[in-house]
Design a protein around this ligand. Structure first.
Ligand code: ADP
Length: 259
């Protein structure tokens, strides 16, 4: 009986990709995909070579948010070419399954898909690959953390308690799996009335900063609730691609991620 090589099971880097950052949240709908798209665009504007992998199996919204469509091609029959939007290489499960079709896969299927999206996509050369995770603490997160060398996790939350409780679970999961927590971002805390400039806090304010302090994690900053953020996402041109205070806020967050 011949000797078999020891299987390599530890986390592996993706060849030609400088660093891999995941963006997660406890709850859905707190703005994780919007943050990921805007950070990707902001980093690209800062001269980084950026990729965005949409791994949100429940709501793969990056093709819409990044303004890309069509089926990625694999000229050699093996390696898929990512689509490019706003200077960012984009790959999404949403590009691989027909529109509106649910992704109803068990763990092993998901693991295969994740490995394919990392290993069989022409990402290189990249300075940074951002991964838009599904919300919560499920199979995709587990697979990625165990199989791929992740350089850090960013957790986004609104400041209300129901979101914060789940954000805490997400942080706990990454800690257990050994992925460094880069920090927390507070989304949709402040709303400035466009008519009278009065600022209100529909979901509260400061909760994410407080939670970060309690957990001993960095607080990375906040993005206000703003109609432009929603509308630009819907039309495939993230706010960070333009000018203004919110684009500046995303640029500031992006600069903090890579020093
Ligand atoms: P998640 O990825 O956490 O499910 P999304 O990024 O899809 O959340 O955001 C949910 C909805 O909220 C989308 O319609 C998006 O356009 C909107 N949204 C996200 N962040 C903001 C914000 N800062 N201001 C206004 N709307 C936002």
């Amino acid at each position: 009986i011949g000797r078999h090589p020891t299987p390599q099971t530890g986390p592996e880097p993706v060849p030609g990709v400088g660093r891999i950052l995941v963006v997660g949240s406890g709850k859905g709908g707190v703005g994780k995909s919007t943050l990921t798209a805007n950070l990707a665009v902001a980093l690209a504007r800062q001269g980084r070579r950026v990729g965005l992998l949409d791994a949100d199996i429940y709501g793969p919204s990056q093709p819409r948010m990044m303004g890309v469509s069509g089926r990625p091609e694999a000229p050699d029959g093996k390696t898929m070419q990512p689509l490019v939007g706003h200077g960012v290489k984009v790959m999404s499960l949403g590009l691989l399954v027909p529109d509106g079709q649910a992704i109803v896969w068990r763990g092993p299927m998901l693991m295969g898909a994740m490995q394919q999206m990392l290993g069989q996509v022409a990402w290189a050369p990249l300075d940074v690959l951002l991964i838009d995770l599904p919300p919560g603490t499920g199979d995709v997160q587990l697979t990625l953390c165990q199989k791929t060398r992740l350089d850090g996790a960013i957790i986004v939350s609104t400041p209300q308690d129901v979101a914060l409780i789940d954000a805490r679970r997400a942080v706990d999961m990454f800690r257990r799996l050994g992925t460094p927590i880069l920090g927390l971002v507070e989304n949709m805390a402040s709303y400035c009335c466009p008519n009278c400039n009065h600022v209100t806090h529909p979901f509260g304010h400061g909760g994410v900063r407080d939670e970060a302090a309690r957990m001993g994690s960095p607080f990375l900053g906040e993005i206000p609730l703003d109609l432009d953020v929603r509308m630009s996402g819907d039309r495939g041109v993230p706010v960070a691609a333009g000018e203004g205070p919110i684009a500046d806020a995303y640029a500031h967050l992006a600069r903090g991620l890579i020093t």
